[in-house]
Every structure is written in C-alpha cells, then in structure tokens.
Write a protein that binds this ligand. Structure first.
Ligand SMILES: [Zn+2]
Length: 315
C-alpha cells in the first residue's frame, strides 16, 4: 500500500505518494508560508489532499526540522518556523480524519530512507552524518531508528570534540559542527588562502568573487587543487575522529556521509577513514565498518517520512 511522506523545509513543503519500494509515484510542492505556523499546517493538509487520490493509504508521515517528542506528536521547537510545543500530530489529525499520521524529525526521516533504500541497505546498524551548513545525523541501531528517551537522540553535530573549543549555535563550545560542517570547510579554505603557498587558487577565487563560498571550494576540490584538498582533508580528519568516538558507543556496520560535500566521494571518505583508524579505541582489534556517501540526495525526507509512517502503522 502507498504512503504519503511530507518534508517541511524552511523554504518549501515537499510531498510524495510513495510506494513500498521507496519510489515516488506522485509528488507535490508548495512554498513554505513564511513565519506563520497555522498557514504551514494548512499547506501540509492541502498537499496531503492533493496527493491522496481515491486509493487506500497505509499512513501519512510528516518530517519537520527541530525537536520532536518521543511520542512523535509534539514539535517542541523548530528553527525558522514559529512552532513552540506545537501539537502537530493532533492538529493534522483533526484536519485529516481517517488518516494514520506520524511525525518525525527531518534528519531522522532522511536517515531512515538512506538505511532502507540507499547506502545503508543490507545493514542493521548505520550511522549517518549530514554535512550541511551544520552537521546533522541519524542513527539506526538493530534495524530501528534511535530516537532516544526524549526524542532528541542523534544530534551528532553537537557531540563535543574540543573542550572549550569554538562557540556553537547550541550555546556550547567545541561541537563537531564547528569542525566538520560546510561552514568549517569554508573556514579551513580561507585559512589556507591566507597562507598562499598551496592556497593560491583559493586566494585567487576569493579575490575574484569577493568571498569564498561552498561552490568555489567544491569546484577546486573536483579539480584536485592542493589547497582545496588540504581543506577537505582537514574536514575529513575531524569527521573521522568523531566517527571513531561514535564507534565506541554505537558500533555501526556502516557510516554514511551526506550533504553537498559528500559528492566529493572518495576524496572525502579517504581522510575520514584514515583519521577513524588512527583514533579508534582498541584499534587493530575492531572490524572495520564501511564508509559510504549517501545515495538518496533528493527527496530522502519525503521517502523516509512515508516509510517510517508505514512501519509505524504496521507495528
Ligand atoms: Zn553545538
């Protein structure tokens, strides 16, 4: 039976009618109404209604950014949308009678899609790190998504790697997000550009464009510019160290890395693996996990939300 997945993002609400094998049968998109939580709920209802059609549905899964409670009912807090302790599940259920609705954090939904239909396929234990502006994560352990006792598990980006390190948006210091994110990669690239030497091409791109952005750095990575590769290795080194600590706790069979920079493939995975092996507790006695880049770049949130809702409805 098909299920509907909805991914509420800062700029768009994406929806899909999703088959059991993860393929999207029909899709629908709306701009996210700015700054109005009630309008967003109305838009989500519209997307569900337009995707619904005449056939029977297994369930509706809605993925939203931010903290969702362990009962998957309430959005405690979400950045960019004015929801504070918003009873999203009840509000949607009231407007969509007869449908089985579940809500999940968007990173968890995307991670679940990767586990079921992407790079995590065939494993029972997967840890996903998404390298975006920040660092997001999702953890599947023994075939289940790890949500935690309060629903706030897998905030991997806020694992501390440097005591007293750089300040983080979460109010703490030294989180991996400050060393392993797209923003950190730009910082490394700028530092290398300042030193000239291998940073010449980065410095030239910066002079030409006014400032470096992720796109310039990525282009230089693909061209195997030594300065850009050095910045990428620095990023990979931090991520590999973090993965080693995660192994001590979660022991995944595979680490999957998503986000724009993951398109660098092996150029990113090699330094991650090297740093992982160097920092692994009891190194030499631990089987080596897989290191892979995410396969479901687009629509992972939609596919994962639908599949989680179906799994939940069948449980
Ligand atoms: Zn933090």
């Amino acid at each position: 039976m098909h299920a509907i997945g909805i991914d509420i993002g800062g700029t768009k609400i994406a929806g899909g009618l999703v088959a059991e094998d993860g393929t999207i049968v029909r899709q629908e998109r709306r701009a996210t109404p700015a700054g109005d939580g009630a309008e967003i709920i109305r838009a989500v209802v519209e997307v569900v209604e337009s995707l619904r059609g005449a056939e029977e549905l297994a369930a509706v899964g809605v993925a939203a950014p931010g903290f969702i409670d362990a009962a998957q009912s309430t959005v405690y807090y979400t950045p960019n949308i004015p929801w504070r302790s918003e009873p999203l599940r009840a509000d949607l259920a009231a407007r969509l009678p007869g449908l089985d609705i579940t809500i999940d954090n968007d990173a968890n939904a995307a991670g679940w899609a990767e586990y079921r239909f992407g790079a995590g396929r065939g494993h029972r234990d997967m840890t996903l790190l998404t390298i975006g502006t920040g660092v997001g994560g999702a953890i599947v352990t023994d075939g289940r998504l790890l949500r935690g006792g309060f629903g706030a598990a897998a905030e991997i980006g806020h694992m501390r790697v440097v005591p007293g390190g750089l300040p983080c948006g979460c109010g703490q210091r030294g989180c991996i997000e400050q060393y392993g994110s797209g923003r950190a990669l730009l910082r490394f690239a700028n530092e290398i550009a300042d030193q000239r030497g291998i940073g010449q091409a980065l410095a030239a791109a910066r002079e030409e464009q006014g400032e470096l952005d992720g796109h310039h750095v990525y282009e230089l990575i693909v061209a195997e510019d030594p300065g850009a590769l050095y910045a990428l290795r620095e990023l990979g080194g931090w991520l590999g160290q973090a993965a080693a600590s995660l192994s001590a706790v979660l022991d995944p069979q595979v680490f999957v890395f998503g986000g724009g920079v993951a398109a660098a493939g092996k150029l990113l995975l090699e330094p991650i693996r090297e740093a992982y092996l160097a920092h692994l507790p009891a190194r030499g006695f631990h089987p080596e996990p897989g290191f892979a880049t995410a396969e479901l770049v687009n629509d992972a949130g939609v596919v994962g939300a639908a599949d989680l809702a179906r799994t939940h409805a069948n449980a």
